[in-house]
Unconditional design. Structure first.
Length: 237
């Protein structure tokens, strides 16, 4: 009897994992779905960790999605509050992903993958030309902290030179966090070095590279760890 139960347990584990993976398979957004200027939020929706239509997202749902994808939700409590502050749903406890396009809340000038707000207000959608400036720095199979930091600085310099209304009211916080997030999520939480191919998938397809071997962090990444990575990025000149 014991061996039979053991066999059932061994079979049940891959079945459970398979069901979980199917529930979070990547799906491209459909016409009418709401999406954000933030690749991470969009990836969470594309994988079903957030509502796939991107509508009426509440704080508990967002916290659970972050918890399931390597981040301590308490570390990003300010981001959750900021997202809710952009709400156009008529319910202050929910927001649509597209609401976060509001300038200088979560959306920010000098984004790695979006044009600046002042340029035809087209800061919601992925901009291949902007991204090409960034990805031109990624010439190795992995991306070091130094490489990512220099790509960020180059993007900011370009934005400042082409946008007379460039602004970062919160200093470099949003920009530093943007780079820290992808380095830590897709690479090592201390040293970065994510595979370049995974970073391209994340930004260009707004997909988490599970199919390529990516697995989420355990334990989740804390605020102290994120701030430490931001400091490392900021130190590169």
């Amino acid at each position: 009897m014991r061996s039979a139960l053991g066999w059932l347990f061994m079979v049940a584990l891959p079945i459970e994992a398979h069901l979980h993976n199917r529930a979070n398979e990547w799906q491209a957004p459909q016409s009418g779905d709401s999406r954000s200027p933030c690749p991470m939020l969009n990836s969470l929706a594309n994988h079903g960790f957030l509502p796939r239509n991107g509508l009426n997202v509440d704080a508990p749902t967002l916290r659970n999605a972050l918890q399931s994808n390597s981040f301590d939700p308490d570390a990003l409590s300010d981001v959750i509050t900021q997202a809710l502050s952009t709400s156009t749903t008529g319910n202050s406890s929910t927001f649509n992903l597209a609401d976060t396009v509001k300038h200088n809340v979560i959306e920010h000038d000098g984004s790695l993958s979006r044009d600046d707000y002042a340029h035809a207000q087209n800061d919601l959608h992925f901009d291949a030309e902007i991204w090409s400036q960034v990805v031109s720095h990624f010439t190795s199979d992995t991306i070091s902290i130094e490489t990512a930091a220099k790509a960020r600085l180059d993007r900011i310099a370009n934005a400042q030179s082409t946008n007379s209304e460039y602004s970062q009211p919160n200093g470099d916080t949003a920009s530093l966090a943007e780079t820290a997030f992808y380095l830590m999520l897709l690479g090592d939480r201390v040293d970065g070095n994510p595979p370049t191919a995974w970073v391209k998938i994340f930004f260009e397809q707004e997909r988490l590279p599970f199919a390529e071997g990516f697995v989420n962090k355990d334990p989740v990444m804390t605020l102290d760890e994120i701030e430490t990575m931001m400091s490392k990025i900021s130190a590169v000149q």
